[in-house]
Design a protein around this ligand. Structure first.
Ligand SMILES: Nc1ncnc2c1ncn2[C@@H]1O[C@H](COP(=O)(O)OP(=O)(O)O)[C@@H](O)[C@H]1O
Ligand SMILES: [Mg+2]
Length: 228
C-alpha cells in the first residue's frame, strides 16, 4: 500500500473566461503521509488555483485527483465534501472567523459537517486543549474582535485541526501578519506537522516563510519543479 494521501496526475487548469491561458499544465504532485513542503511562485502564477484543486474545492480541467486512495473524478459534491471534512484542514490568508462567535465556537464550526459522528463533549475538550496548546487558553470566550491578528490566525489553525485531518493546506497563511507573528505561525504549523501525523503544504510568495517550512518547490509554467 502506498502512503500517498493525495495524488495529482497530469493536471491542467484553465478558466472558462480565458481558455487560452493554461494556469496549470501537465502537473503531477504526490503528497505522502506526514511530509511537508512549501510551494512558492510569484503572485498570479496559479498557487491558489493549485491549492483549491489539491483541497478538492475546485476541479481540474483535465487530469485526475486521488484523495486517500479514492479517485475524486465522478464523485458527487455531497460525497466529496464528506471526505474533505474528514481529511483536509484549510488555512487562508484571511481567517474567516465568525465575528459573533467565541474562539471556542469558531473552532467547533467544522465539526458540524460531520453531524452525528461527533461527540460534542469530546469535541469541546479537544478544542479547548488545542486552544491552550497554541497559547489561547485564556481567550476561549473571546470574540474575534477582541483578539489580535496573530491570535485570530491561531484560532483559524486550531479550527483547521479540529476534525483531525491528515493534510493541512495553507494558502498565504501569514499574508496578513507582521514578521514576528508570521514566524510564530509557521513554527506552529511545522510543530503540528511533526507531532500530529499531519502532512502540511504551505503556499506562499514569501521566501522567508518557505525557508522556515523546509523543503521548497516552485510552481513554474504550470508545473511543480524543485527549487533551483
Ligand atoms: N475564478 C477565476 N476565473 C478566472 N481567472 C482566474 C480565477 N481565479 C484565478 N484566476 C486567474 O488565474 C491566475 C492564477 O491565479 P491564482 O491561482 O490566484 O494565483 P496566485 O495564488 O499564485 O496569486 C491569475 O491570472 C488569475 O487572475
Ligand atoms: Mg493566491
Amino acid at each position: 500500500m502506498s502512503d500517498s494521501i493525495l495524488e495529482l496526475k497530469n493536471i491542467s487548469k484553465w478558466y472558462e473566461s480565458n481558455p487560452e491561458r493554461k494556469i496549470l499544465e501537465g502537473l503531477d504532485l504526490q503528497v505522502n503521509t506526514g511530509e511537508r513542503f512549501s510551494i512558492v511562485g510569484p503572485s498570479g502564477c496559479g498557487k491558489s488555483t493549485l491549492l483549491n484543486i489539491l483541497g478538492t474545492l475546485d476541479t481540474p480541467s483535465e487530469g485526475a485527483v486521488t484523495l486517500n486512495g479514492v479517485a475524486t473524478g465522478g464523485m458527487s459534491e455531497k460525497a466529496l465534501s464528506a471526505i474533505r471534512a474528514r481529511t483536509i484542514g484549510f488555512i487562508f490568508q484571511m481567517h474567516h472567523l465568525l465575528p459573533q462567535c467565541t474562539a471556542l465556537e469558531n473552532v467547533l464550526v467544522p465539526t458540524l459537517a460531520l453531524g452525528k459522528e461527533v461527540n460534542p463533549v469530546e469535541a469541546s475538550e479537544r478544542a479547548f486543549d488545542l486552544l491552550k496548546r497554541v497559547g489561547l487558553g485564556d481567550k476561549v470566550e473571546s470574540n474575534p474582535g477582541q483578539l489580535s491578528g496573530g491570535e485570530r490566525q491561531r484560532v483559524a489553525v486550531v479550527r483547521s485541526l479540529i476534525n483531525r485531518p491528515k493534510l493541512l493546506l495553507a494558502d498565504e497563511p501569514t499574508g496578513a501578519l507582521d514578521e514576528d507573528n508570521a514566524h510564530r505561525l509557521v513554527d506552529l504549523l511545522v510543530e503540528l506537522n511533526e507531532t500530529e501525523a499531519l502532512s502540511l503544504i504551505v503556499v506562499t510568495h514569501d521566501m522567508d516563510v518557505a525557508g522556515r517550512v523546509g523543503e521548497t518547490r516552485t510552481l513554474k509554467n504550470g508545473k511543480i519543479v524543485p527549487l533551483s
